[in-house]
Design a protein around this ligand. Sequence first.
Ligand code: HOZ
Length: 437
Amino acid sequence: MSTPQIKHNTRSEQLFSRAVELLPGGVNSPVRAFKSVGGAPRFIKSAKGAFITDVDGQTYIDYVGSWGPMILGHADDEVLAALQDVMMRGTSFGAPTELELELAEEIIQCVPSIEMVRMTSSGTEAVFSAIRLARGVTGKNKIIKFEGCYHGHVDSLLVKAGSGVATLGLPDSPGVPESLARETLTAPFNDIESVEAIFAEHGATIAAVIIEPVVGNMGCVAPHDGYLQALRDITTRHDALLIFDEVMTGFRLARGGAQELYNVTPDITTLGKIIGGGLPVGAFGASKDIMRHIAPAGTIYQAGTLSGNPLAVTAGLVTLRRLKDEAVYQQLEHRSAKLCEGMAQAARDANLETVTNRVGSMFTTFFTNEAVTDWTSANRSNRELYARFFHAMLDEGIYLAPSQFEAGFMSLAHTDELIDKTIEAARTAFRLVMSDE
Ligand code: HOZ
């Protein structure tokens, strides 16, 4: 079984050949392009609950969930009704609304480190603003990031980045001035000694350490016990700020995100995805002391025409309120465990060596026989096998991320029955992958 060639037979294939003339690589974000798995991306026509349907009428059980936001499932009735209601009153005012306050209160109530929040229109924007805030507050310039972590396409953080950068095997991006890249220091994830060594050399100039506390962008990778706390201790000792990029993990691993799950409080938190309920949103927050540096309260400038957009805020509010019930996280945990255990067993039954990483409702099957704890070990996984598995799953009606270096996401719309179906599909897919070996 090889990965498919584009034959221009299907509507998706036809649209893709039109798209490559109109959009760079045929897409508006690189991770969508099927570059590392081959074939044409499926053009999506609609989605409901756990399902997405493409323009050829094929319906798939979706574990991408728009890369994380769709924790309630697609086109949730309550979200749609609230959007319709708000939409009729206008879609953007460029002036404050009460809705923004409600979302801010919801976030502040749930996320331990946040006393004050600023909304943005994307996670990238939130991170980029958080970095400026950290530099402005500390008066220092250097940032430590971790290999394989991805924080949006922020100039200074594209160094050794995960997600699409890793998928495409790009070195550091052209267009990022070397002088800026020099301000970014990198360390392997889960290796506290290397962070100590960087601080020993550059301590006085480091503004912040930024991390995905559970990585989703080299596939799912969990922090070792005590690792996040050790980062907390080092940054405190050196008067540097600790930034948790919880764009993916915020409201996904717990209402208070990874910082609640691991009981470690960062100085600044970035959010996105779920807090926008499927509409474009980001946010960053911190203590009042830190946030009061942001204009117009303070002098660090940050702004946005559509920041706090009423539609995006509404979708986020409905979503966050539905996540209030603790049973929600138990259900996500239970179903994700069932899926991952089932898939791991299916791989074993097919005599295929895989490693499944999972934290709550984020998970990845790596095609390797070694534990995946950092970028070096993630990068050992066999991408050729992943590509074959991906297409075999697609043929079975299961939509996974078109890259080994992305996390899968469970939603509340994925029923036990759909999970059983997915495990059966994986059984067939693993066998097909093996029969080619
Ligand atoms: N963090 C997402 C992928 N890992 C972003 C999606 C995108 O880049 O389009």
